[in-house]
Ligand binder design. Structure first.
Ligand code: NAD
Ligand code: ZN
Ligand code: ZN
Length: 344
């Protein structure tokens, strides 16, 4: 084993990533070293590299929170995983384990939570240091490249759909059918829901249809909320907004049925106007949802292991990361790009 690794790093917000040759890190007590096989590229990585959000990561840093790999070294005291295990290093990198939110299995909102590829270096690198208590355990017959999108896009949408409280036979809207949304459509179908897919790109909507969506609405044409209300007989019981675009949020509230729930997971910077009277008088719930807890992760992976959900992926080398980011910003990635680090 050489002692150097490649990593794609954000050195300045809004600038291209730089591929650096770094020392392979040594896991400290309670940590593990993971040799990366594959890492998905999430739109969140783009927000991170642009410094889009109020809480900014410290520069320089390595993005990537869909890294899958093999445990190659254990720090002192580690018993939760062993060398040779295949794990994923997710957005929820670690949490305190004993605050009120951790005790309630709501650890993504723990005040001490660390975030992979954001407050901790992530998977756009040949090795990742991880917390063995928070890694995802990858089912045996799931290929690393197929597992990668599931540990963020998969768990986030699986949990987000559960948070809509929509029940089998009811309607959900999936607004934005890109990396997150194309998995959301599949989870929703597997959960027995009727699915209305909303996007601004006809190619994405065609894809949603192939994945089982019952109704497709292009938000660029006419009044998308009216189109959804018509198709669903009064609005969707649950709406999941994954679109990284503020206009989708107001529209999504307008697509929600009386007493329904609109779940926000997309994270474009900014605020959106809320039609207060409509929300109050129709008893609509608007709630945020942030990845998922470790049980959600295991469940989201189990759907894929059972063949009910499969990410559509395009493989690219680590060196292509800047072109991938440009395409993601333009909406030119059909579903999910996965960086292939297995050759390294
Ligand atoms: P993506 O770029 O792969 O997909 C976005 C999709 O939204 C594309 O298909 C695009 O055509 C579509 N879209 C754009 N504008 C739209 C509009 N006005 N109406 C409907 N659709 C529209 O991005 P992604 O990787 O799926 O991530 C989506 C968002 O979710 C990002 O903001 C990301 O940061 C966020 N995210 C949140 C969480 C969480 O835990 N809450 C987790 C992961 C990602
Ligand atoms: Zn993500
Ligand atoms: Zn905590």
């Amino acid at each position: 084993m050489t002692s150097k690794m490649q990593a794609a790093m954000v050195e300045q917000f809004g600038q291209p990533l730089v591929i650096r040759e770094l020392d392979i890190p040594t896991p400290g007590p309670g940590q593990i070293l993971v040799k990366t096989e594959a890492c998905g590229v999430c739109h969140t990585d783009l927000h991170a590299a642009n410094g889009d959000w109020p809480l900014k990561p410290t520069l320089p840093f390595t993005p990537g929170h869909e890294g899958i790999g093999i445990v190659t070294a254990l720090g002192a005291g580690v018993t939760a995983v062993k060398e040779g295990d295949r794990v994923g290093v997710p957005w929820l990198y670690s949490a305190c384990g004993h605050c009120e939110f951790c005790l309630a299995a709501r650890e993504p909102v723990c005040a001490e939570a660390q975030f992979g590829g954001y407050t901790k270096n992530g998977g756009f690198a040949e090795y990742i240091v991880a917390d063995p208590n928070y890694v995802a355990h990858i089912p045996a017959h799931l290929a690393p490249r197929d597992a990668a999108p599931l540990i963020c896009a998969g768990v986030t949408t699986y949990k987000g759909i559960k948070e809509t409280k929509a029940r089998p036979g009811e309607w959900v809207v999936i607004s934005g059918v890109g990396g997150l949304g194309h998995l959301a459509v599949q989870y929703a179908k597997a959960m027995g829901l009727f699915v209305c897919a909303v996007d601004i790109d006809d190619g994405k909507l065609e894809h949603a249809k192939r994945l089982g969506a019952d109704v497709m609405v292009n938000a660029k044409n006419g009044d998308p909320a009216a189109a959804v209300k018509k198709a669903t007989g009064g609005g969707a019981h649950g709406v999941l907004i994954t679109a990284p675009s503020l206009s989708a949020f107001k529209q999504g509230v307008g697509m929600t049925r009386k007493w329904g729930t609109c779940v926000l997971v997309g994270l474009p910077p900014g605020e959106f106007p809320t039609p207060l009277f409509d929300v109050v008088a129709n008893c609509i719930t608007i709630r945020g949802s942030f990845v998922g807890n470790r049980s959600d992760m295991a469940e989201a992976l189990a759907f894929a292991a059972a063949g009910k959900v499969k990410a559509d992926i395009e493989l690219q080398p680590l060196s292509a990361i800047n072109q991938v980011f440009e395409r993601l910003a333009r909406g030119d990635v059909p579903s999910r790009v996965v960086l292939d680090l297995s050759a390294a």
